[in-house]
Ligand binder design. Structure first.
Ligand code: GLC
Length: 382
């Protein structure tokens, strides 16, 4: 119970380093929980929903037990400087997507779960459309690099310059947003530090499709189709065979190959030929993504690729479990079972050897970053 009486239940990603609740971490935790304890999974997702505002805004990070400590507080995108209950930033919008998976595991003991959140989930997806797509092209923008969950990905250097998440200038971005009262429409229409992020929009499309099924209302599927068409029309680079983010008001493509350039593979309604190219030209290529362990977060061909631990930066090369959890089933769906088996076996070996770590060296399988990391348990679902 929070001090104001609001009940909560969530899994810390990895205490003591990650004690708070992160939107997408909790979605993945609930998916893993749904395999062994659906009631626990439902509690986690209900908590994520409760962390938001009545207008549909859901925060990226929520400080349920206690506000962020004074040393880490400056790193969070909050309204004030100390004592906030949550960030004003958003995270990859996976809640409706996770809700459907947990609902499927709840048919026997809580069949009402399936429909209980249709209205607030709809409000949340409407909030995103209203506040994050001011140009109405179907693609949402993020205004801070870590809103995609991929904090220090090298793809953000050409977008945020000196203000990337790993540089002191990040603070300027947060201060600017504070001065603008966290009005993201204003930030997107007036400035250059924002990006139509492929992964963020893939998560959005997955949730729109899930809400269409949860609610039985086809309008949500039509909205998903519009997002998917925009990704294909505007982000797909037919020459490179990758999907690139679009930066700033001019919507400049950011031609850096990270796993998110492959993320649309999970959208089953995209043309099969496009999805096959993502697998054949990238995921199966030992110079790019066919690494000895998992799926690297950055193509091994990129100059920025670093397979090892970096004290100040993540998402610059190591393999993460959630990436494999998203991409491997889509590879199977298209018939690439052999590679899918190899990826999973390599992650199984890494976990057997080093436990559930935050990420793994794609070249050696060595466990890196936090220990006992929540979403790495997605391996049980894989
Ligand atoms: C790191 C990751 C982010 C995750 C958070 C909590 O900041 O980059 O994606 O949500 O940790 O686990």
């Amino acid at each position: 119970m929070r001090s104001d009486g609001l009940p909560y239940a969530y899994t810390c990603p990895a205490p003591p380093r990650y004690r708070h609740m992160w939107h997408w971490d909790s979605c993945f935790h609930a998916i893993a929980w749904s395999r062994i304890d659906p009631a626990r999974a439902r509690a986690e997702l209900r908590t994520v929903l409760r962390s938001g505002r009545p207008d549909g805004f859901l925060p990226h990070t929520v400080f349920w037990g206690a506000p962020a400590g004074w040393r880490r507080a400056p790193l969070y995108a909050t309204r004030g400087r100390l004592g906030d209950r949550a960030t004003e930033s958003v995270g990859p919008p996976l809640l409706a997507f996770a809700w459907e998976i947990v609902a499927a595991a709840s048919e026997a003991d809580d069949p009402g779960f399936r429909r209980e959140a249709v209205r607030p989930l709809a409000r949340h997806l409407d909030w995103l459309e209203h506040h994050r797509d001011p140009d109405g092209d179907g693609l949402l923008s993020i205004i801070l690099p870590d809103e995609s969950g991929l904090d220090d990905s090298p793809k953000y250097a050409p977008v945020f310059g000196r203000c990337t998440h790993d540089r002191p200038g990040y603070w300027l971005l947060v201060e600017r947003a504070r001065r603008a009262g966290w009005d993201s429409r204003e930030i997107i229409t007036a400035g250059e530090h924002h990006v139509e992020d492929v992964w963020f929009n893939v998560a959005y499309a997955l949730s729109l499709r899930a809400l269409a099924r949860l609610s039985g209302d086809g309008a949500w599927a039509a909205r998903a189709a519009r997002v998917e068409a925009a990704l294909l029309e505007r982000c797909w680079d037919a020459r490179r065979g990758l999907f690139f983010d679009l930066a700033g008001r001019a919507e400049r493509p950011v031609p850096v190959s990270t796993w998110t350039a492959l993320a649309p593979l999970v959208l089953g309604d995209l043309p099969v030929a496009v999805r096959r190219r993502l697998v054949e030209e990238h995921l199966l290529d030992p110079r790019r993504y066919a690494a000895p362990c998992g799926i690297p977060s950055v193509s091994m061909q990129e100059p920025a690729f670093n397979p090892r631990w970096d004290r100040f930066r993540c998402w610059r090369g190591p393999s993460w479990m959630n990436t494999a959890w998203l991409l491997v089933p889509a590879m199977r769906e298209l018939g690439y079972h052999e590679r899918a088996d190899v990826v999973i076996a390599s992650l199984q070996r890494a976990v057997a050897q080093d436990g559930f770590r935050e990420y793994y060296d794609p070249l050696t399988g060595a466990g890196l970053g936090a220990r006992g990391f929540g979403w790495s348990t997605l391996l049980i679902d894989l």
